[in-house]
Write a protein of this length. Structure first.
Length: 308
């Protein structure tokens, strides 16, 4: 009898049936085990997804755009780019990475505890806060032209103090109840908080005695009375963040020429932002003429100048 006949005969099938049944049982058990594992895996994935959703909800409440209008969630690319830009300005990579991280934590803390928000994107804010102390201003007098809720000055006080400085802040702002910009409609802030001196004082108090002692001058930076009231000193840091039109920026830069201390740092906000082309236009024109300022570079959307 050949092999094929042996395997297909009725006697052979009767002899092999227990073995085949045993194999079938083992296959069935393995399939049931795999099915059970798949079900358990799917359940584990569902549980993991639920956990991730809850964590994302918590993260969105803390860092998302609700309540402030802009998200504070950070992406690796923009963060690395900002660290490199600050390092190039400061000449110290380690200090740049440290200060950007510190500025980010400070930004989140201030917006969590304060009223209103800090105007601008996350990287731009962290770039300004992180860079100014590293440029070693010649004195601790700080002038901020345009403050919204005073929270940026609050943060800059803290960053300067972390560097061993004793900042004295002067703020110039019209406090019109809303944020003013030529060519844009007047509308309530996303936070719902009125733009007024009371909100600014509330936030400055978060910086302790130096914040409480800050000098606030209500008015537009181009007004002679406003300028006269705060031109009694030379400033080591001047933050230009008021009227974003080319004409307005030009006037603020010309005033900064008069009141910047030798070696003083001027920060020009929203430089290179396509929404505000007048800022770059004004700076390019200013630097092409007779000026004390030297362009140091930029971090995110802020230009940094140094006075001679």
């Amino acid at each position: 009898m050949n092999t094929r006949s042996l395997l297909t005969s009725s006697a052979s099938r009767r002899l092999l049936r227990p073995v085949a049944d045993l194999i079938d049982q083992r296959i069935d058990r393995r399939l049931r085990a795999v099915a059970a594992a798949d079900a358990a895996g799917r359940e584990a994935l569902r549980e993991t997804a639920d956990v991730v959703k809850r964590q994302q909800l918590t993260l969105d409440l803390l860092l998302g755009s609700a309540g402030r209008g802009l998200s504070r969630i950070v992406s690796p690319g923009p963060l690395k780019r900002l660290q490199s830009e600050v390092a190039e300005l400061a000449g110290d990579r380690d200090a740049a990475v440290r200060n950007v991280a510190t500025a980010y934590r400070l930004l989140i803390g201030l917006e969590s505890l304060g009223v209103g928000r800090i105007a601008g994107g996350t990287m731009n804010i962290c770039g300004k806060l992180g860079t100014v102390p590293l440029l070693d201003p010649p004195n601790d007098e700080i002038l901020e032209i345009g403050t919204l809720y005073g929270m940026f000055s609050t943060g800059l006080i803290r960053m300067m103090q972390r560097d061993g400085r004793s900042p004295n802040v002067t703020i110039v702002d019209p406090f019109a109840g809303v944020q003013l910009q030529p060519g844009t409609p007047r509308r309530s802030d996303p936070t719902g908080t009125p733009v007024d001196e009371h909100a600014v004082r509330t936030n400055l108090a978060l910086a302790g005695p130096a914040g409480v002692a800050a000098r606030i001058q209500r008015g537009f930076s181009e007004d002679p009375e406003t300028r006269a009231a705060v031109s009694d000193r030379r400033y080591g840091v001047i933050v230009v963040d008021g009227d974003h039109s080319a004409e307005g920026v030009a006037k603020d830069l010309q005033w900064a020429e008069e009141i910047a201390a030798p070696g003083g740092i001027v920060v020009l906000d929203d430089f290179g932002d396509p929404k505000w082309p007048g800022i770059k236009e004004a700076l390019d024109k200013h630097l092409s003429g007779d000026t004390r300022f030297t362009y140091l570079g930029k971090a995110a959307l802020s230009a940094f100048l140094r006075a001679s």
